[in-house]
Design a protein around this ligand. Structure first.
Ligand code: NDP
Length: 240
């Protein structure tokens, strides 16, 4: 029987590419999404991948949904924490709501989902967790104290959980994408985006598939020696 993989925010953008790549490799894939029913419905019709709506920033709702997924499809062996949002603004204008929404959705969500699967992974002696961070969590970004803090937190979370899972073949890694061509980046004003692309040595935005391929690499059964690492995929924009 094929391993079950859950991709949060798996119905569009980077998450969609990850869901499709996993499906192509024969995994049983379940995609989560937050609220965009129309996109999720079209995604499921097009791909046959079931989509589950739940808010990853809410522990109780996440737990109920993940219990349901495990009940319907089997234990989750692969978890890709990809759901994320931006609510940009300079600190002196940022509301608490902007701060809190980004911390809860991008960072607290990793606790919420991992907490639901970690016991099972440890007991079965196998687990693959990939958390999607960001170049802006590594380098900081003007107007993004909330997002940079959340993504930077993901990198620390990854290393700590990697230590805890290491002896049980539960690996935990992060990917730090640079600018990738999705709705999130299309929301950046064109002039700003042009300036950003000018700072990317390969001269283009990343494609969602660039990120999906590296998820496939990290979640392989034989990738057990790769844990606690952060893979930077940013076209050479920042080299850490
Ligand atoms: P998109 O905005 O294209 O898609 C975001 C996905 O996350 C959607 O499926 C959305 O669901 C889901 N989502 C948002 N909030 C919640 C929530 N509360 N509960 C459940 N699902 C939720 O984002 P990208 O594909 O661009 O980004 C994916 C990840 O990669 C994010 O973590 C982002 O921070 C990170 N990243 C992106 C970069 C980029 O340049 N695009 C660069 C670096 C990192 P719905 O459709 O229902 O809204």
């Amino acid at each position: 029987m094929s391993r079950v993989a859950l991709v949060t925010g798996g119905t569009r953008g980077i998450g969609e590419a990850v869901s499709l790549a996993l499906q192509e490799q024969g995994y049983t894939v379940v995609a989560n999404y937050g609220g965009n029913d129309e996109v999720a419905k079209a995604f499921t019709e097009r791909t046959g991948i079931p989509s589950f709506k739940f808010d990853v920033s809410n522990f109780e709702k996440t737990k109920a949904a993940m219990d349901q997924i495990e009940n319907d499809y089997g234990p989750i062996d692969i978890l890709v924490n990809n759901a994320g949002i931006t609510r940009d603004g300079t600190m002196h204008k940022m509301s608490f709501e902007q701060w809190d929404a980004v911390i809860q959705t991008n960072l607290a969500s990793c606790f919420n989902t991992c907490r639901c699967v970690i016991d099972g992974m440890r007991q079965r002696g196998f687990g693959r967790i990939v958390n999607i961070g960001s170049v802006n969590g590594q380098a900081g970004q003007y107007g993004q104290v909330n997002y940079a803090a959340a993504k930077s937190g993901i990198h620390g979370f990854t290393k700590a959980l990697a230590l805890e899972g290491a002896s049980k073949d539960v690996t935990v890694n992060a990917i730090a994408p640079g600018y990738v061509d999705t709705d999130m980046v299309r929301a950046v004003p064109e002039e700003v985006l042009k300036k950003i692309i000018a700072t990317i040595p390969v001269g283009r935005l990343g494609k969602p598939e660039d990120i999906a391929r590296s998820v496939l690499f990290l979640i392989r059964d034989d990738a057990g020696f790769i844990t606690g690492s952060t893979l930077s995929i940013n076209g050479g924009q920042h080299m850490y």
